[in-house]
Design a protein around this ligand. Structure first.
Ligand code: GDP
Length: 311
């Protein structure tokens, strides 16, 4: 077997792969540009140059991502960056003979109005939630591209749909980040400055969180073992309210001040419960990292690295 190349290797999931691999970060090159994407993939897949170290598998994590704030504010960028990155990486992988590719989608791809729980077959059954539709449509197109390439070229490419991921190395930006990194950052500042901790929305929405290390382990399993065209949902299928997430972060960070819910800020989708039975059918014994443990490790990572964090 050849080597593995990971795009987005500095990111939330990409940074969690511990095996020997080719790590493509945004510093290596701008994957929105076809020529750049092509020259990177051409270089590492070149058998004359790389010999037995030539890349033949890709886990494609690179993406422009953000929480409900970023998704609403930068719709143009979220659409353009993601559709270009995905289109270029998947096409260059095909052109240079990459045998297996696993692309990351997101539960944002699912329709807003759809019967719960979400399953792999429901992606295209209606428009996504308006707060993140630009991102969602760009990601949906990766699924279409992969299916088309499978049909026309017979390529064993596929995709995964993780629920809300959290962990070390995330983007901790308070305005544009996802809820857990934003809350950890805000809680840290509130504790240090003796101020209130302000939560967006009502705290009532429900989400399913998965630890980045579990996602990396599952993506490696998918790479070597999952050969279906249909995406596979990576999820604990356990819902938790934003209010309960706040309580766990507050306790873990030993914050003693006031917690305020700001209803002028968006709640986003109320819930998006997923059905993980396909994953569990393949991996019945997989043990997810308990949420409290993942939060503790993430908070420890944040406190150790602050202020040298992505934000
Ligand atoms: P989503 O699952 O795509 O909506 O992604 P988010 O990570 O942005 O999760 C959003 C949920 O957390 C929404 O219900 C928000 O109202 C709530 N939330 C509470 N405080 C914050 C915050 O500081 N940042 C973000 N992004 N969301 C927050």
């Amino acid at each position: 077997m050849g080597r593995l190349l990971v795009t987005g290797a500095n990111g939330l999931v990409g940074s969690q792969f511990k095996e020997d691999l080719i790590a493509i970060t945004s510093k290596v090159g701008d994957l929105r540009d076809k020529k750049t994407a092509d020259s990177i993939i051409a270089f590492y897949t070149d058998k004359d140059r790389q010999k037995e170290y030539a890349v033949d598998r890709i886990i494609h994590c690179a993406a422009k991502v953000g929480g409900v704030g970023g998704n609403m504010k930068y719709k143009g960028e979220f659409f353009y960056d993601n559709i270009m990155i995905n289109t270029n990486v998947i096409e260059s992988a095909r052109q240079h003979g990459v045998k297996k590719l696993v692309a990351f989608l997101s539960t944002c791809v699912f329709p807003d109005n759809v019967e719960y729980p979400l399953t792999e077959s429901k992606i295209h059954l209606g428009p996504p939630h308006p707060s993140n539709d630009a991102y969602a449509y760009a990601k949906r197109m990766a699924e279409i591209q992969i299916r088309a390439y499978r049909e026309q070229y017979g390529l064993n490419y596929t995709s995964v749909i993780p629920t809300n991921i959290y962990g070390p190395n995330d983007n901790f930006n308070i305005e544009n980040g996802h809820v857990i990194p934003s809350l950890i950052h805000k809680c840290y500042l509130a504790r240090e400055n003796n101020t209130d901790l302000t939560i967006w929305g009502s705290g009532k929405p429900l989400r399913e969180f998965i630890y980045s290390k579990d996602v990396a382990d599952l993506a490696l399993w998918v790479l070597d073992n999952y050969d279906e065209s249909e995406p596979i949902i990576l999820s604990t299928s356990e819902e938790i309210s934003i209010k309960d997430v706040v309580d766990i972060i507050v306790k873990t960070m030993n914050f003693k001040g006031n917690v305020i819910f700001d209803n002028t800020k968006p709640d986003g989708q109320f819930r998006k419960p997923s059905d993980n039975s396909k994953l569990m059918g393949y991996l019945p014994d997989f043990k997810f990292t308990p949420f409290e443990v993942g939060i503790k490790e993430t908070v420890e990572w944040f406190e150790k690295n602050y202020p040298n964090i992505k934000q």
